[in-house]
Design a protein around this ligand. Structure first.
Ligand code: GCW
Length: 658
């Protein structure tokens, strides 16, 4: 892939391959799809930069060798890992599997010239998480409300157009390549809300999924499908989808067998059941373990996995009912089922208990089911974080989640065996609508590979790869506008972890009471005296007690609860003094003024980079900064005015509040 054409090169611009493309390389490997990719990548780079690559038969003078590990040497590498060494002028990547060679090649690309300097003792790189997955909320048929991509902010679907799989899959191929370069190995190609047309991907339309899988396979990526729990009825014509019914089990087994005839390395199913109107096992009085296990049993003979989502809550609750707490729902539903899920069923848990807000505590379900496989789900698509019109680099948030230690011991990133992101990519020329949102996708992949990685270092890695040879002014400018952008977004939106306050439906822009009297369970309870949700065990919904210690104790009291989560866990008076020394009301005013000032500053920094960035890319970001600033001011003014009017407490600095 070159920088020309209508596809943005993202973090694989031609120049990133200069170091490998100008050398003599030797690839010793099988002829499986990923090994072919390794060879083709090198051949392509050599053509551009004058190097040479040979396969197998050794000319002894190679500067870069990629080869399979000998039987006894690869034990520590796993399926996907690789080892890197440099001795006597030769850099060697060894791997037990072909995917390891592919990841090793991209590692060398990241190192650039550094990969060919001095000596290097053997370093082993292997992914901490086995599944590193993107879920696309893409519809095949354009949905009347949600459009082609539900919560998509990057144009249409990469995979689907005009009601069917795209005939031209070049963009999907380029996507697979970008994903391999940041370590992603699984993609689910359709929305978890499975509508009528999409249901049929499982059966008579599986050929379309197979065509996509063929294009992703050379990049080490397995294809997954979202399916409806009611498939035996809507596709199979059965009178029931009861998971304990023999005919239902047989239907799933047969349908799955046919899927594997079409896609031999199919990854498995993703299921949203009994959630926001999707069908599920509750209709038959069965548990979610019963539900997941019938699909797991069908997939088991072929090595497939079912990702069963834990996003189960009452979306028709009465706002008058203060005893129901949506945050409790996933834990309450699922913890009694620990140990009942099949070994190839993975419970896919959103990182927070609510819904991808800019600030939430880590879900108490994470770590609470030691006998159940876990995947943590984050949202790269910025539904609640600026919808790719605002810059909001989420690396630090995801890193906090992955480093969180549910009982003070092992981190979430080590407990999980998968990390999943809702993809932020569409058919937009910059992939992600906002060109800087590419950093979220890249960071996701790298954190899934190594959840302990420093996200700021990953950001710098993305900057360097995307802009090879960038002058310091560009690298520093990019770092300045991205690093801290999550905190900026948090400052001008819902305060102190209280969440939502967005416009209902599309979720863009402020509406403080937009969901306050709704059935969705997302309330802030502001009145003239105070704001926040009492989730303590002593006087509130009891949610805080779902945590293990030390967190149950930390969150239980406003005295120990971290400031940034105070209003998630407690209802406090406006005059409550935070650990920061400020009152809650003054914190609200100050952060909202600061947030807008930070956007103004970022916009200024970006404007100053005009001479260093491709004009189309620069213009796209500049235009989005105008909208971000307009929107940030709207947020500031609505939130500040709302709380001034409720509380009657003036800003101690006397700034204009309307
Ligand atoms: O965040 C909410 C979204 C829905 C989405 C749901 C989910 C796919 O508003 O659009 O549906 O979560 O995660 O299932």
């Amino acid at each position: 892939m070159t920088d020309s054409g209508d596809l943005d090169a993202a973090w694989l611009p031609s120049a990133a391959f200069r170091a490998v493309g100008s050398r003599r390389s030797l690839v010793r490997a099988g002829d499986g799809p990923p090994a072919e990719t390794v060879y083709a990548e090198l051949a392509d780079a050599c053509e551009r930069f004058g190097g040479r690559v040979v396969r197998d038969g050794g000319d002894g003078d190679a500067e870069l060798v990629l080869e399979p590990a000998g039987d006894d040497l690869g034990d520590d590498l796993g399926d996907e890992g690789f080892a890197l060494t440099r001795r006597g002028g030769t850099t060697t990547v060894t791997a037990s599997g072909e995917r390891g060679l592919l990841y090793g090649l991209f590692h060398v690309v990241r190192l650039g010239e550094d990969a060919f300097r001095g000596e290097r003792a053997r370093e082993v790189h292997r992914p901490a998480l086995a599944t590193r997955m993107l879920d696309h909320w893409d519809n095949v048929a354009v949905h009347p409300v949600m459009g082609q991509v539900e919560r998509g902010y990057a144009g249409g679907s990469l995979f689907w157009a005009d009601g069917r799989a795209r005939g031209d899959l070049d963009r999907v191929r380029a996507y697979g390549r970008l994903l391999a370069a940041c370590g992603i190995n699984a993609v689910a190609v359709n929305n978890v809300n499975v509508h009528e047309t999409e249901a049929r991907l499982l059966t008579d339309r599986i050929g379309e999924v197979a065509a996509i899988a063929d294009v992703l396979r050379p990049y080490g990526i397995r294809t997954h499908l979202s399916v409806t729990f009611a498939a035996p009825m809507v596709l199979g014509g059965l009178p029931t989808a009861d998971p304990l019914d023999g005919a239902v089990r047989d239907w799933w087994a047969e349908a799955t067998g046919r899927v594997y005839e079409a896609i031999g390395d199919f990854g498995g199913y993703v299921v949203k059941a009994d959630s926001e109107g999707q069908p599920g096992p509750f209709a038959y009085g069965r548990s979610h373990a019963d539900g997941a296990n019938v699909l797991a049993a069908a997939l088991e003979p072929y090595g497939g996995t079912v990702h069963w989502r834990a996003f189960v809550y009452d979306h028709r609750q009465d706002w008058r009912d203060r005893t129901t707490d949506r945050a409790r729902a996933a834990y309450d539903h699922f913890t009694p089922l620990d140990g009942e899920f099949a070994p190839n069923a993975v419970l896919q848990v959103k990182h927070g208990p609510m819904d991808f807000q800019v600030r939430e505590p880590v879900s108490p379900l994470i770590g609470a089911m030691p006998r159940t496989r876990l995947a943590v789900e984050v949202q790269a698509t910025q539904e609640y974080t600026g919808q790719q019109r605002h810059v909001c680099w989420l690396g630090p948030m995801w890193s906090e989640v992955l480093r969180f230690r549910p009982d003070g011991g092992v981190s979430a990133g080590r407990l999980a065996d998968g990390l999943v992101a809702v993809s932020n990519v569409g058919d937009d020329p910059f992939w992600t609508g906002h060109p800087l949102a590419q950093a979220n996708l890249y960071t996701f992949g790298r954190l899934a590979w190594d959840p302990a990685a420093d996200p700021h270092a990953v950001l710098d890695e993305w900057i360097a790869l995307t802009h090879p040879g960038a002058p310091a002014r560009l690298a520093d400018g990019l770092h300045a506008v991205l690093d801290g952008s999550w905190s900026t977004y948090e400052k001008y939106t819902a305060p102190l972890g209280v969440g939502f306050m967005v416009q209902p439906g599309h979720h863009y822009g402020p509406s403080v009471d937009g969901y306050e009297y709704s059935p969705w369970g997302t309330y802030h309870f502001a009145d003239r005296d105070g704001v926040g949700v009492d989730r303590s065990a002593a006087t509130g919904t009891g949610y805080a007690a779902q945590y293990a210690d030390p967190w149950a104790k930390v969150y239980e009291s406003p005295e120990t609860c971290p400031d940034e989560l105070l209003l998630f866990f407690h209802h406090v008076p406006y005059g409550h003094v935070l650990h920061s020394g400020k009152t809650v009301i003054q914190h609200i005013y100050d952060t909202h003024f600061e947030g807008v000032a930070e956007v103004e500053e970022a916009r200024r920094v970006w404007a100053g980079l005009a001479d260093l960035v491709d004009p189309a890319r620069h213009a796209r970001v500049a235009e989005r900064y105008e909208e971000q600033l307009r929107s940030a001011r709207e947020w500031r003014d609505q939130i500040n005015s709302y709380f001034l009017r409720k509380s009657g407490v003036p800003d101690e600095r006397g700034r204009t509040i309307h």
